[in-house]
Design a binder for this molecule. Structure first.
Ligand code: ADP
Ligand code: MG
Length: 353
């Protein structure tokens, strides 16, 4: 759907995305085309700069069908490629994914290994138990500790289930592969490749605040905002040119509160509970898929250990917000970020080994 130039609508649109374009968001000119649609449980926004508007319209239609197709194929619980494999694997049979899904599982498995299991798409059964699989419905209380332990005891990590050479998944009672922390990034990468193939060189594909940007916004860089985890304001601005992905994982996207505690959708595969300590992690990387997985892995790694996992994943630019609002950044991230809080906070600089 093409987005009109109406400024009130534009403001509503800005508010809807967790991480959004700062400049140009509300000063559209004729050379910018913007589209939005819902896919993969999130608002996807395409911005194309300096491209004939009829061709941009046609490109956006293709990007939307791409997202809708991938959503169906990679939904863990529907009847697509991943859903079918899950059905077989979870009842103990050998899962044989198609080539495309097999490539995805190989890459996910490698990231899982490199992150020391912090990112692990085999958390599907836990995600299901917690109730974080349905974008429409949010649970109102955590599962019982016994049920969590039981699911955890049964669970095997993806690195043990995925046979890289045979390209099959070992069957294991109850196992469900959930690519939720990776697939959205992969869809963004494919959307960017599609746009580039059509001759677009300046664009942003933004899926719920996670994005990849190519080129520039005319004579200036793309300027994007990172959300405050607790009050929905803008925490920081980051300028992006060339080809970069900026992904944020947070405890504010899908969560519920029970007896004064917050329970959110990024789970620690070691404990079976939502991760503790960090409210958000923002990573700047190259391709969107691995940047997506990385931001989730660092949420799991937590406030002390994230630099070690960042190093293992070859990341250089990371910002984390702790539960008390304090900020840590890697040394290479600091010059990229302009903090927008009224009273600029102290930033703890961490070296990524
Ligand atoms: P979002 O999709 O909101 O940007 P993430 O990229 O962090 O957030 O992905 C979170 C989703 O990934 C969860 O909803 C769940 O489906 C899945 N998930 C949760 N914990 C993990 C984990 N430790 N490793 C891999 N995937 C996870
Ligand atoms: Mg992620």
């Amino acid at each position: 759907m093409r987005v009109g130039a109406d400024s009130r609508r534009c403001l509503a649109l800005c508010a809807a995305a967790f991480l959004f374009l700062l400049t140009s968001a509300c000063d559209r000119d004729q050379t910018e085309s913007r589209y939005r649609f819902t896919a993969m449980g999130t608002l996807v926004e395409i911005t194309i700069f300096d491209f004939p508007s009829a061709a941009a319209d046609a490109a956006a239609v293709q990007v939307e069908s791409l997202f809708l197709d991938l959503q169906q194929r990679w939904d863990p619980w529907a009847d697509g490629a991943l859903g079918q494999v899950n059905e077989v694997v979870s009842s103990g049979g050998t899962g044989i994914p198609d080539d495309d899904l097999a490539d995805l599982l190989s890459r996910a498995s490698r990231i899982s290994r490199d992150s020391g299991g912090a990112f692990d798409p085999a958390v599907g059964a836990l995600v299901r138990l917690w109730g974080f699989y349905d974008a429409e419905a949010m649970p109102d209380r955590p599962p019982s500790p016994g049920a969590i332990q039981e699911t955890l005891d049964r669970n095997l990590p993806l690195t043990r289930l995925w046979d890289e050479d045979a390209r099959v998944l070992t069957g294991h009672e109850g196992t469900t592969i959930d690519l939720g922390a990776f697939a959205k990034g992969e869809a963004v990468d494919r959307a960017i490749a599609l746009l580039e193939g059509l001759g677009v060189s300046d664009a942003i594909v933004n899926a719920g605040g996670d994005l990849r940007a190519i080129g520039r916004h005319g004579d200036r860089p793309w300027r994007i905002g990172v959300r405050e985890p607790r009050d929905a304001g803008v925490l920081a601005a980051i300028e992006v040119t060339g080809d970069e992905s900026v992904f944020t994982s947070g405890d504010y996207e899908r969560y519920f509160e029970f007896e004064g505690r917050r329970y959110h959708h990024v789970l620690d595969p070691r404990t079976g509970y939502p991760t503790l300590g960090l409210s958000s992690v923002t990573v700047i990387g190259h391709d969107a898929a691995s940047t997506d997985a990385a931001s989730t892995a660092l949420m799991v790694a937590g406030p002390q250990h994230w630099p070690t996992v960042a190093s293992a994943l070859d990341l250089r630019q990371v910002m984390v917000v702790e539960n008390d609002g304090s900020i840590q950044m890697s040394r290479d991230m600091r010059p990229r970020v302009k903090l927008l809080r009224d009273k600029p906070p102290e930033v703890m600089i961490r070296d990524i080994p």
